[in-house]
Design a protein around this ligand. Structure first.
Ligand code: KG4
Ligand code: ZN
Length: 364
């Protein structure tokens, strides 16, 4: 099988519609174009993602987003070697839009179709060259710098590594043995880290998505103001639980008119952020020590959190562990990570039979 050099990636697992064209030369992966359309304003209005609404928005955006990715790349169709698409997990209505579009393009263009696990895809944001990201992505969100790549040099990760995936739906620790070999070693028993950020933000009257809103407010707060629980820190396994933290916040805000006491909100935001970061970093380091690995790969929307990145960076420096965290724009859902994952996990599927799978898991 001839190795692909240029892949079109498509990502529609939740509320972002994304397409990217990514190129591989030797070990180097670079972005040619990377387009993300988000229905964030609509989700913010409802305080979260409404699945039917998200699927309808996917339908509206998918063709314009792919067209824009092709236009920006100025890439002739003949140059594209394969189409990669997120197969799952995610919302079934949203996934179907991407998968059916990719199947159609694969058949009409006569290009191989490569299914990608969304969770694995997140990790592969760490294989994209950072210097290219700086040049290619201009639509940075407020307060985000794409210059951030927390590695001691500009290399890409190698194996074995401990992978921490922290997103809206997942908090998973995995032992990454090689491309395609990922052993799940623990995860959340209830709420995911991103979900905890989102729910605590809602309790504080902050908009969706809650992670960036809490992080912004936390900058003005004292992280020691509230002694919030750090559940399962000493459980002896690699599982997490964040629902107790949310309950503690419920009890603190109950009956309080905190709109009149801004310091209360910023102190609570800082304390929530510190508690989540503390648990994530400490359990990941314990996993690295138990499995005797020297590399840590962090991925997913919550990896965009600056305090998490800084804390990981400080601790990894101290322990001589090599750390990889993507720049913020590649932490949240995007298609560059999907196309990049396809290069390293290149298993084309039959476009007539590929099915979206909302329950795809990390371990296989
Ligand atoms: O990976 P992602 O974009 O979508 C999923 O696959 O779930 O992650 C979204 C999650 C949301 O819960 C959002 O609040 C969180 O990532 N998030 C953050 C930050 N940016 C996004 N959490 C903390 N700090 C941030 N800066
Ligand atoms: Zn995601």
């Amino acid at each position: 099988m001839e190795k692909p050099k240029i892949i079109l990636g498509i990502e529609t697992s939740c509320d972002e519609t994304a397409a990217a064209i990514v190129q591989k030369q030797g070990k180097r992966v670079s972005i040619i174009s990377n387009v993300v359309a988000s229905s964030l304003e609509i989700q913010a209005k409802y305080g979260g993602v409404v699945p039917e609404q998200a699927a309808r928005e996917q339908l509206k955006s998918i063709i314009p987003v792919i067209q824009e990715a092709l236009r920006q790349a100025q890439c002739k169709l003949a140059k594209i070697d394969a189409v990669a698409v997120t197969q799952g997990p995610g919302l079934i209505g949203s996934l179907l839009v991407g998968v059916e579009t990719a199947k159609t393009l694969s058949m009409v263009w006569k290009k191989p179709l490569v299914p990608v696990n969304h969770l694995i895809g997140h990790f592969y944001a760490n294989w994209v060259q950072s210097s290219d990201i700086r040049h290619q992505i201009s639509d940075k969100k407020e307060g985000q710098s794409d210059d951030r790549r927390l590695t001691t040099d500009d290399s890409t990760p190698s194996f074995p590594a401990i992978g921490l995936l922290v997103s809206g739906g997942h908090t998973d620790l995995t032992l990454m043995k090689s491309h395609g070999q990922y052993e799940y070693i623990g995860g959340t028993r209830d709420d995911a880290a991103g979900e905890c950020f989102d729910k605590c933000a809602r309790l504080l009257g902050l908009p969706y998505p809650g992670g960036p809103a809490i992080a912004k407010l936390a900058k003005q707060g004292n992280l020691k103001a509230f002694n919030l629980p750090r559940p399962m820190l000493d459980s002896g396994d690699f599982d997490f639980s964040f629902s107790g933290l949310k309950t503690a916040v419920v009890n603190l805000v109950r009956g309080k008119d905190f709109s009149r006491t801004p310091l209360f909100s910023s102190n609570l935001a800082a304390s929530v952020e510190a508690a989540i970061v503390d648990v994530l970093v400490r359990k990941t380091i314990l996993a690295a020590q138990k499995y005797k690995v020297k590399q840590i790969i962090v991925a997913g929307g919550v990896a965009a959190n600056q305090k998490l990145a800084e804390t990981f960076s400080r601790v990894c420096d101290r322990l001589s562990l090599k750390l990889f965290i993507p720049p913020p724009s590649l932490c949240t859902d995007n298609a560059a990570m999907v196309a990049t994952a396809a290069f390293f996990n290149y298993h084309p599927s039959d476009p007539l039979t590929l099915q979206a799978n909302p329950n795809l898991s990390l371990a296989y």
